[in-house]
Design a protein around this ligand. Structure first.
Ligand SMILES: Cc1cc2nc3c(=O)[nH]c(=O)nc-3n(C[C@H](O)[C@H](O)[C@H](O)COP(=O)(O)OP(=O)(O)OC[C@H]3O[C@@H](n4cnc5c(N)ncnc54)[C@H](O)[C@@H]3O)c2cc1C
Length: 275
C-alpha cells in the first residue's frame, strides 16, 4: 500500500450523512454500491423509517397507502441508521457533529438536510392550520379530508395543487388563495404555468389569484380585501427553504437563500464536508 493510499484510507474511515431523506439515503446507498467499506452513519431527525415524499400528497393522503418507506435493508447494507436524532451543529476543526445524543465524529460529512416548509406568518400554532412536508403531516391531514371540511389552501404551487386535487377527490369544498396572478408563478414562466389554472377548475376547486391572507380566525381565513372564506382547515403550501439553520456558526458558507454553497465536486467551503 502506498503512503498516499494509507492517508486516503485513514481520512475516509467514517462517513456521516445528515438528513435521511431521498438525498441522504441515496448517498449512503451509493457509497456501498461503489464499494466503500468504511463506516457509514445516516442520521435523520424524523422518527420514521426513511421514506419518499411524493406519495404523501397522493396515495398516503388519500389512505390508498399506509406509507412510502424506501424498500431498503439498511442493516444488510452496513449503514448505521440513527433516527429521531437531530443534528444541532458541526465543529469542522474537531471533525465532529453535535446531536442531542452527543457528538458524532466523522472523517467526511455529507449535509443532506433538504428543506423545511415556510410557515404562514401569524398562523403558527393556530388549531386547524397544517403543513404538508412530512409523514406526520400527511397522517394529521387524512382525517381532515375524511371529515370533508371546507378547506382553504394557501399557495397555488405544487403542494397546493396536489393537496387541492386530493381534497376535492375526498369530497371537500376547496378554495385556493394565491397572491400572484397565476399558479406556480415563482416556479415556471407565465406561458407554461397559465394553463395549469385549469387543474383547479377541472377538479372543482375555486382558485383566487391576487389574493393575500390577512389573518386566520377560528373557522375562517380573512383576506386582504376583507372577504372571509370559511375554513374548517387551512393547508399552507407557500414554499420551502433550505434546512440549514443548524449550520450557523460552523463556518460552512451559505448562499443568499441560506443554501449550502458547494462546488462541482459537492465540496463545501470547509474541508471534508460535502452537500
Ligand atoms: C408532499 C410532497 C410531494 C412531493 N411530490 C413530488 C413529486 O411528485 N415529484 C418530485 O419530483 N418532487 C416532489 N416533492 C419534492 C421532493 O420530495 C423533494 O425534492 C425531496 O424530498 C428532496 O429530498 P432531500 O433528501 O434533498 O430533502 P428532504 O426530503 O427535505 O429530506 C431531508 C431530511 O433531513 C432531515 N433533517 C433536516 N434537518 C435535520 C437535522 N438538523 N438533523 C437531522 N436531520 C435533519 C429532515 O427531517 C428530512 O427527513 C414533493 C415534496 C413533498 C413535501
Amino acid at each position: 500500500m502506498t503512503e498516499k493510499t494509507q492517508v486516503q484510507e485513514r481520512t475516509v474511515r467514517q462517513v456521516v450523512v445528515v438528513g435521511a431523506g431521498m438525498a441522504g439515503v441515496q448517498t449512503a446507498v451509493a457509497l456501498r454500491e461503489q464499494g466503500f467499506t468504511g463506516g457509514v452513519t445516516l442520521i435523520g431527525a424524523e422518527p420514521h423509517q426513511p421514506y419518499d415524499r411524493p406519495p404523501l400528497s397522493k396515495a398516503v393522503l388519500l389512505g390508498k397507502a399506509e406509507g412510502s418507506a424506501f424498500d431498503l435493508d439498511f442493516e444488510a447494507l452496513g449503514i448505521d441508521l440513527r433516527l429521531g436524532r437531530e443534528a444541532l451543529g458541526v465543529r469542522p476543526g474537531d471533525h465532529e457533529l453535535d446531536t442531542a445524543a452527543g457528538p458524532v465524529p466523522y472523517d467526511a460529512l455529507v449535509i443532506a438536510t433538504g428543506a423545511e416548509p415556510i410557515r404562514l406568518p401569524g398562523a403558527e400554532g393556530v388549531p386547524g392550520v397544517h403543513l404538508l412536508r412530512t409523514l406526520d403531516d400527511a397522517e394529521r391531514l387524512r382525517p381532515v379530508l375524511a371529515q370533508q371540511h371546507d378547506i382553504v389552501v394557501v399557495g397555488a404551487g405544487w403542494i397546493g395543487a396536489e393537496f387541492a386535487t386530493a381534497a376535492r377527490e375526498a369530497g371537500c369544498v376547496v378554495t385556493v388563495i394565491e397572491a400572484a396572478d397565476r399558479p406556480l408563478a415563482g416556479a415556471l414562466p407565465a406561458e407554461v404555468a397559465a394553463p395549469m389554472a385549469a387543474w383547479y377548475a377541472d377538479s372543482g376547486a375555486t382558485l383566487r389569484t391576487h389574493a393575500r391572507v390577512e389573518r386566520v380566525e377560528p373557522g375562517a381565513v380573512v383576506l386582504d380585501d376583507g372577504s372571509r372564506v370559511p375554513a374548517g382547515a387551512v393547508v399552507v403550501g407557500i414554499g420551502a427553504r433550505p434546512a440549514t439553520a443548524w449550520l450557523s456558526g460552523s463556518g460552512i458558507e451559505l448562499g443568499a437563500h441560506r443554501e449550502v454553497v458547494a462546488d462541482d465536486h459537492l465540496r463545501t467551503s470547509v474541508p471534508d464536508v460535502y452537500a
